[in-house]
Ligand binder design. Structure first.
Ligand code: CA
Length: 581
């Protein structure tokens, strides 16, 4: 009997070990939004709702939330930290500024390994040396770097398993977004819209890095699929050459896919937003400039564009349409919500791309009076478009005051959606800018704007506002104003809570129904990253990265001066309830 028991246990031990370090499968990722023990994708589920069904931390208990552990990213690289941690197999994988990634033991907060990507001197990130997170698949953790490479590391050792160059950093390409896994395909975009790069979405085998397909987001460029030997096979031109772009401009047309994408297992589509058309001076490129400032729905296995919706045709204000498209159920149908940089919140049929509704989520919008729901096009206010410099002295067009500012009614900070309240929680900013156009010609590796600008606050007492938005009515149900611009993401839970961070350093929890503040904690530096939550051994945890930086201190003009007292940092905080409920 004893012998049999020993044999049984000996037989079980390796099995238990394998179960603990389970390979991440496509099925696990498709189910990630419901998996309370892990956070397997950016967006807490590829749909990007950032909603957790966990309830241990709730409106009644959240006051007892205390730190469990904190971990410093160390070094002299304390710049903007916009990363969302991934929780898998008892480990936290968290990226940091300057293309670093750490693996941390979830229970103890001890460092397991770190990987510091060796970056060339001449990298060209437009908006700080940030990274927003990693993807996990198989036994790998995969992230994009500031020199436009993808790196896949062994989850247990941090050793490189594969590494692929995506594009030429010297031409302005970089990567800051978390990769997406959809239908077992690793799907990524590129950053660099301020340098006249050509945006695209790519699909790869996540286990090998092998390229499967590539789909440019600027009309006129050829898409490709790749055979087993890596040979490129033409897969059709995106749109029609010169239909929405004059002359040669499409060859440097921007439309970067710098925020990455979402994927909805219900529709089977991946959704990628695209950035501004390049250059900023819109008079150089009359036409709609497809598919800049748009939402694209793609087949994850082929890269085929199933539908596209352009929020800002012939953009003149750097209104990147890169924001996340978050799918949700409403009136028995599947829709996507998108809080666009241009100040309008769009509700779009997730299967067909048909516009259902569009309404402002900020108080001041000067470039358009509204969105025509029949045509889907904005009603432009022509007088508020910065003028053509060639019509004046040839050096500088007229200056207009425009709102929102180019940093957006919303920028990279992801919103959340609660199926419990039916509300979106949108980190919005109220600011404007003086903007004017200048002549510009493309030069590889040079800024390709043809515009000048100064960002200004619109109100004395606040810039940021966390807003609860009802997608059915377009109404703002509640708002919490914030002195500094909001730049961190949002999370909501079945505990009736909304969590979000502020540049002033706080992680806050508020009532999802009313916005009433229930808890806050000073993390020591500004929070410009989205929180996550998971459970382990019957205990619910919340984590957020802290470290002020990003685009505001670099490009914020008068707003940057207003918040220049904020200190940099680089750490991740983990919280749990002081007493077990
Ligand atoms: Ca841009």
């Amino acid at each position: 009997m004893k012998t049999r028991m020993t044999i049984l246990l000996a037989g079980l031990a390796p099995l238990a070990f394998i179960a603990q370090a389970a390979d991440i499968t496509n099925a696990m990722i498709e189910n990630a939004a419901k998996d309370t023990k892990n956070v397997l994708s950016f967006g807490m589920g590829t749909q990007g709702q950032r909603y957790s069904t966990l309830t241990q931390i709730n409106t009644k208990t959240v006051g007892q939330l205390v730190p469990a552990w904190s971990f410093s990213f160390g070094g002299e690289k304390q710049r903007g930290q916009e990363s969302q941690p991934i929780i898998a197999n008892g480990k936290m994988f968290v990226t940091a500024s300057y293309s670093r990634i750490f693996a941390i033991d979830l229970k103890t907060g001890n460092k397991l390994w770190k990987y510091e990507h060796r970056l060339p001197e001449a990298i060209m990130p437009c908006c700080d040396v940030v990274n927003r997170g990693a993807a996990v698949y198989g036994n790998l953790v995969i992230f994009g770097t500031l020199d436009a490479q993808l790196v896949a590391l062994d989850q247990n050792t941090g050793k490189i398993v594969w590494k692929e160059k995506v594009d030429d950093y010297a031409a302005g390409y970089s990567m800051t977004a978390a990769p997406l896994i959809a239908k077992g395909v690793l799907i990524t975009g590129v950053s660099g819209g301020e340098f006249g790069i050509v945006g695209r979405v790519e699909g790869r085998n996540p286990l090998t890095g092998e390229l499967l397909w590539t789909r440019p987001t600027v009309e006129g460029h050829m898409g490709y699929k790749y055979d087993k030997d890596g040979k490129a096979i033409e897969a059709g031109v995106t749109g029609t050459v010169n239909k929405s772009w004059p002359g040669e401009l499409w060859k440097t047309g921007g439309a970067s896919t710098w925020m990455g994408g979402t994927y909805d297992p219900v529709t089977g589509l991946a959704y990628f937003g695209t950035g501004n058309p390049a250059p900023w001076n819109s008079h150089l490129r009359p036409g709609d400039n497809l598919y800049s400032s748009s939402t694209l729905a793609l087949d994850p296995t082929t890269g085929q564009i199933k539908w596209a919706y352009q929020s800002t045709p012939n953009d003149s204000w750097d209104f990147d349409g890169a924001n996340e498209f978050v799918t949700f159920d409403m009136n028995g149908k599947r829709y996507g919500g998108k809080a666009d940089r241009n100040g309008f919140f769009y509700v779009i049929d997730a299967k067909t791309g048909q516009l259902q509704n569009a309404f402002p989520f900020v108080n001041k919008i000067t470039w358009a009076s509204g969105i025509d729901l029949k045509t889907g096009r904005p009603n432009f206010i022509a007088a508020n478009r910065p003028s053509d410099p060639t019509k004046g002295d040839g050096k500088k067009g007229s200056t207009v005051f425009a709102a929102p500012a180019f940093l957006g009614a919303k920028n990279q900070m992801p919103m959340a959606y609660s199926p419990q309240t039916g509300l979106f929680y949108v980190p919005a900013n109220e600011w404007g800018m003086e903007i004017w156009n200048e002549p510009i010609t493309y030069k590889k590796g040079g800024a390709y704007l043809g515009a000048g600008f100064t960002i200004k606050p619109l109100n004395d007492d606040y810039i940021g506002a966390l807003r609860a938005v009802d997608p059915k009515t377009g109404k703002i149900v509640w708002e919490n104003k914030n002195s500094a611009p909001l730049w961190g993401g949002v999370m909501t839970t079945a505990g009736g809570l909304v969590f979000y961070g502020t540049p002033e350093g706080y992680l806050k929890a508020v009532d999802a129904k009313s916005g009433k503040e229930l808890w806050k904690f000073q993390t020591g530096s500004g929070v410009v990253a989205p929180p996550v939550t998971w459970e382990d051994g019957g205990v619910q945890y919340v984590a957020v990265v802290s470290g002020w930086g990003g685009a505001v201190p670099l490009w914020g003009g008068e707003v940057a001066k207003k918040v220049n007292f904020l200190e940099q940092g680089g750490s991740v905080w983990v919280f749990k309830l002081a007493t077990k409920i």
